[in-house]
Design a protein around this ligand. Structure first.
Ligand SMILES: Cc1ncc(C[n+]2csc(CCOP(=O)(O)OP(=O)(O)O)c2C)c(N)n1
Ligand SMILES: O=c1ccn([C@@H]2O[C@H](COP(=O)(O)O)[C@@H](O)[C@H]2O)c(=O)[nH]1
Length: 256
């Protein structure tokens, strides 16, 4: 049984100390809670911005009145650099940040960034068990789906590391084939926030407990049944058993 308590991990009181943070080229839309983002950045073991994510980060710091020279630098920047202004790259050349050019056009910058992050952790003997990728789910559908594809690929790139896509109001990750236990914070249960099971890679047979609309060895499949707009039945824990990997996505709206 794989145990998940990601909401506890990202809130102030119970932060996982062994995580890396990755900023993709998407809006950092946590304006109402910039302390949360800064604290997640500050306490990470490794900080990384991915191509246009570097400029997103710098702009976000400015808007939220942080002094670039007083906050922790990213340890790594990577990408094909088609979205990073030359001046920004120039700025980081004079800092401790490693800038890594990854020109391959057969993989996304996100995938290549995970590979670089893995190398960096190995070389520097840094242990991380979790990666939060700030990946707001607005804008380009191809990129949103490529980011989900990265959840499927992650295992081949970094083993034993949980990858979460963290958006302004949702958290998304992949449940592998097998049994899972997800602890759900009371605030999400009480306010009947949405959650979902998305058979994106392939059809899967799923059984659940703890949901308002539970599944009992039901096949989830695009073109047939996909569990969206589900919610909780009040139990502290949701269990999911699946015969193939399935994407779990949940609202974190009342959490932050
Ligand atoms: C079959 C196929 N389709 C599409 C591509 C093109 N392609 C896939 S990943 C990639 C790099 C994308 O870079 P990224 O920085 O992640 O996204 P961008 O914002 O530049 O589109 C490209 C060009 C390809 N190589 N192969
Ligand atoms: O609309 C978008 C654009 C990008 N991303 C993610 O960010 C990285 C880096 O993107 P660049 O455009 O090369 O700066 C990309 O690999 C995607 O993972 C996105 O999610 N949505």
């Amino acid at each position: 049984m794989e145990i998940w308590s990601p909401c506890e991990d990202i809130t102030e009181t119970c932060k996982s100390k062994n995580y890396g943070i990755l900023i993709l080229n998407v809006p950092i839309a946590f304006d109402c809670n910039h302390n949360f983002v800064m604290s997640l950045w500050d306490q990470a073991k490794v900080r990384m911005t991915v191509d246009g994510g570097t400029q997103r980060w710098m702009d976000w710091l400015k808007v939220n009145k942080y002094d670039l020279n007083k906050v922790q630098m990213p340890e790594l920047i990577s990408g094909d650099m088609d979205s990073t202004p030359a001046m920004t790259l120039e700025y980081f050349k004079n800092t401790t940040t490693q800038v890594i050019y990854t020109p391959d056009q057969n993989e996304t910058d996100f995938v290549k960034a995970l590979r670089e992050l893995d190398k960096y952790c190995k070389v520097n003997n840094i242990q991380i068990d979790t990666i939060y990728a700030l990946a707001d789910t607005s804008g380009r559908l191809d990129q949103i789906l490529a980011n989900i594809n990265t959840l499927y690929k992650c295992k081949q790139i970094i083993s034993n590391t949980k990858l979460y896509l963290l958006a302004k109001s949702s958290l998304t990750w992949l449940l592998d084939a097998g049994k899972h236990s997800l602890s759900i914070p009371q605030t999400l249960r009480d306010s009947q926030q949405w959650c979902s099971l998305l058979p994106i890679g392939e059809p899967c047979q799923v059984s659940t407990t703890g949901l308002k609309w539970n599944l009992d060895k039901k096949t989830l499949k695009f073109g047939s049944l996909v569990s969206t707009s589900n919610t909780y039945d009040g139990s502290e824990v949701v269990t999911v058993e699946t015969d193939h990997p399935v994407v779990w996505s949940m609202s974190i709206k009342t959490l932050l």
